[in-house]
Design a protein around this ligand. Structure first.
Ligand code: HEC
Ligand code: HEC
Ligand code: HEC
Length: 463
């Protein structure tokens, strides 16, 4: 106990001395970095706020050294803050100067901490009384975030007053070579891609089942049970990488995987190419569309990837709302959207409401202890790719478009009900226990995300 009290005193005195030194302007050697002329006028203010109130923990190497920082225990605590803080949100000199733009992910995280009063952390403010953000400063940052978003092409189709939102409507169409799309469509549905001609990509990613198989885990060739839930192929082009752990860098690299996976399609690419070469439709299509290469693994996976890029599901009721139709959502759905924005968009943002970052499953509470059962290899998530301990149990945030149809939920498919998935997210990701009413509203909102494929509602496609 004595030791703990001693540490507390050292740290608190440190913060106190640091605050005084700040008030007295002792840290002059770290004069703010000037903002480049081409950055917006508002950014001058934002940059100055960040340089004054966030630099200590979010800019490794730029921290204004507090007097106590050389004391071993305090130094360790401070180093921890800097490591954890900058892992999630790094502000380098080029960000402060406006030379480098904030990514949509940085904007989403910044908005979340500002609107929830999470930063600077309470323990820092306890002694660093001039460190908190004033209402004016918060507003300046939030207005700037909305303005940044409105410049992004994702917001092109949003109504004027919704251009600053964390979520944007899906485009009504994308420009692709229609012949490649048609060829990819045929391949996607062709069982010749599997070892015993029983499975196609569509077996596990049915376009009339929200782009999934609606099973807890996928069943592969010869009825083998896979280890993980099949994610949707709709809007997968918005993912920063493919698979729950992001091990494939893009759709083309991804498409090579399942064919050769012994418990998925269980085939051999050479044999698949031989089989496809016996189909004259294919040989003629490939020689027209890929005259130089012809029919190869590379061109087959390219055609499939082009087809997958066409799998967008625009014009959901929520998108109609973002485009300016205020009556597209009812009262509960709008209330659900407000709750969602306040709680969920630091991870589920962008046109597909996810797919743009890796996040730990269980930020606040241990999901796996709650779930029970043994931990499996796939539960490690992104760790399996990077071997970084901080990536253990981190997953690519799933997209939430058409989420009403993509049950069961989570990488392990452990949850059948959308309301249960939302409840668990509150507990594991936010440390919050939402009321039944709030959950109901968020679920109502999530159900407005069901869109159209080729002009037909996915919901009708289902029947
Ligand atoms: C005393 C150190 C400290 C200061 C000062 C500080 N932060 Fe942080 N920040 C952290 C730590 C530690 C984390 C990671 C753990 C967490 O999220 O609480 C973090 C996380 C964040 C995140 C990521 C949140 C997420 O989604 O995980 C953002 C954004 C952020 N801080 C913004 C700011 C801003 C803006 C300021 C200035 C107004 C600021 N921080 C000041 C320590 C600090
Ligand atoms: C036996 C079932 C099965 C078959 C057949 C199958 N998949 Fe998958 N697919 C899955 C599973 C399960 C995952 C998740 C695996 C993981 O993340 O480790 C997945 C992941 C994906 C993803 C990544 C989506 C995301 O959000 O990360 C895409 C894209 C995809 N599959 C496309 C295809 C294509 C194209 C084919 C045919 C060449 C195919 N799949 C065949 C089950 C299957
Ligand atoms: C800190 C990041 C984070 C926050 C905040 C967050 N989520 Fe998630 N969400 C995730 C991750 C990561 C997964 C995948 C977890 C897994 O599969 O194990 C996920 C999965 C989901 C799923 C299941 C999707 C599927 O296809 O399996 C739903 C639904 C969902 N989140 C809704 C929400 C809602 C609603 C909120 C706000 C109340 C929220 N999330 C807040 C990161 C987050």
């Amino acid at each position: 106990m004595k030791i703990i009290r001693f540490i507390l005193i050292v740290v608190l005195t440190g913060y106190l001395l640091f605050s005084i030194s700040n008030l007295l302007g002792i840290n002059d050697e770290n004069a703010p970095i000037a903002v480049q002329p081409r950055a917006s006028k508002d950014y001058i203010k934002v940059s100055s706020i960040l340089q004054n109130k966030c630099v200590d923990c979010h800019s490794p190497g730029m921290t204004r050294m507090p007097i106590y920082s050389e004391l071993p225990i305090a130094k360790r605590l401070m180093d921890n803050d800097i490591r954890q803080g900058s892992e999630r949100f790094t502000l380098g000199p080029k960000i402060y100067s406006g030379e480098e733009a904030f990514t949509p992910l940085m904007l989403a995280r910044l908005e979340h901490v500002i609107s929830n009063n999470k930063m600077p952390p309470a323990k820092y403010l306890a002694m660093h009384w001039n460190g908190s953000l004033s209402a004016d400063e918060k507003q300046t940052i939030l207005t700037w975030i909305a303005n940044e978003r409105s410049q992004h092409p994702w917001s092109n189709e949003s109504a004027e007053n919704y251009k600053g939102e964390a979520i944007q409507p899906l485009p009504l169409s994308v420009e692709l070579n229609p012949k490649k799309v048609a060829l990819g469509n045929q391949l996607f549905h062709d069982t010749l891609l599997s070892g015993d001609n029983t499975l196609s990509c569509a077996s596990c990613h049915a376009l009339n089942k929200g782009g999934t198989d609606q099973a807890q885990v996928s069943i592969g060739i010869r009825d083998q049970q896979g280890p993980i839930n099949s994610p949707t192929v709709y809007n997968a082009m918005y993912n920063l990488a493919q698979f729950w752990d992001g091990r494939a860098k893009d759709l083309q690299a991804q498409a090579a995987g399942p064919v050769a996976n012994p418990i998925e399609m269980g085939a051999d690419w050479d044999k698949v190419i031989t089989k496809l070469n016996q189909v004259s439709d294919y040989t003629s299509a490939f020689s027209k569309l890929y005259p130089e290469q012809g029919l190869t693994q590379t061109t087959v996976t390219d055609a499939i990837a082009v087809f997958e890029e066409s799998l967008i599901t625009p014009n959901s009721r929520f998108d109609q709302y973002l485009r300016g139709n205020e009556t597209a959502l009812n009262h509960d759905e709008k209330a659900g959207y407000v709750l969602f924005k306040n709680n969920c968009t630091s991870c589920h943002f962008g046109p597909a409401l996810g797919g743009l970052s890796y996040e730990k499953m269980g930020v606040k509470e241990d999901y796996f202890a709650m779930r029970g059962g043994d931990l499996t290899e796939v539960d490690n998530g992104r760790f399996n790719v990077t071997k970084n301990e901080t990536d253990r149990h981190a997953f690519k945030v799933p997209v939430l478009r058409n989420v009403e149809l993509t049950y069961p939920y989570f990488h392990d498919g452990a949850v059948n009900e959308l309301s249960e998935a939302v409840r668990i997210m509150g507990v594991t990701q936010l440390g919050k226990r939402f009321s039944e009413d709030d959950i109901h509203k968020m679920v109502s909102f999530l159900k407005t995300l069901t869109g159209n494929y080729n002009g037909i509602s996915l919901f009708i496609l289902k029947q």
